[in-house]
Write a protein that binds this ligand. Sequence first.
Ligand code: ARG
Length: 420
Amino acid sequence: MENKNCVVLAYSGGLDTSVAIKWIQEKYNMEVITLTANLGGVDDLDAIKEKALKTGAKKAIAIDARQTFIDYFILPALQAGALYEQVYPMATALGRPLIGKLLADVAIKEGAGAVAHGSTGKGNDQVRFDVSMQVLAPNVKLIAPLREWNMTRNDAIDYAKKHDIPVPVTVNNPYSIDENLWGRSIECGVLEDPWVEPPEDAFKWTRSIDETPDQAEYLEIEFKNGIPVALNGKKEESIALIGQLNLIGGTNGVGRIDHIENRLVGIKSREIYESPAAIVLHHAHKALESMTLSKESIRFKEIVSNYYSDIVYNGLWYTSFHSDLAAYVASSQRVVNGTIRVKLFKGNCIVVGRKSDQALYSHALSTYDSADTFDHNASTGFIQIHGLSSKTQAKLQPETLSQSIVSGANPITPPETVYE
Ligand code: ARG
């Protein structure tokens, strides 16, 4: 079906993308099909579809993509230990390539000439959408209304009123929020001052520490191949398991993140996140890896985690580097089986117990009691060899142990140029 005069717009139902429906029609003289994807942050898909049609969309499509999001994005990222800059579980960053895929699929099926999204021109999301589209649907044109129009928030509200677009009550919300199963991202307003403590009204999923229970809550999480499969001994489907952990973690104040983040476009931004399930699962998963992976695998995994996080964050999901790295990660998880016990208390998630049939931890080797099987005498020769180069250096270059580099030397900048 050819329908080149049609745009598929990623539609959240909020002010910006509602205004975008009309704006695209006026500016580009094209018809709009809206696509709303539920990755866990959407309550009422039907209401959003209805709003899209009322605002002038020719067709409104809604897709429940939660399971795909978990299976292809969330769980592989958990297995990879993917925390951007060591702290951000990347709920938003992981959602974008999936929405990109849905946009591409719908655009191709509908024979549309273009796709559109509501990202601004200074964030990471535009990059993630655009790069995904360039790979998945290179012949489809890209429109980013918020990057192209020069409207302030108030202009957008005026535009909406002029065109009879219902302005949502949440428009008075001072924050920009993105929400899905893996977490909630909060930006803008007073949060832009890094000195200001995030006000309580920025949070929705997590309780303030003053309001969390005074009794710790213990959880047992069972993993199979690095994937959580049971909670407190009960097998759970992944959507339910993540939902429960968001609830229990949030009740105990776990999962609040306050981060000065390095965006791809060169800006440092202050980001607030709520990701209870992601934080609990990352802690537990890492604890199980420390029981089941070798020292070398763990060292290498730290490097892999960093690269993997950068790939996701920087919008390079659909690349061969990613698929190769993902293959390594998946393979590394074949021994990550077992159960982790965590204690949630006043914003903390503390690993307090671990067990695995495939543990490399051996009590017989590590114990100091009579069950010890470790050969203590073998250590003497081992240490002689291990320390040999240190010993040689101390003898032949004793000055290297007491002196560091010449003070004041600047090894990378040449001295100022002198010329006539
Ligand atoms: N800084 C985060 C990221 O780049 C979150 C972006 C959140 N987007 C939003 N519309 N509030 O992944």
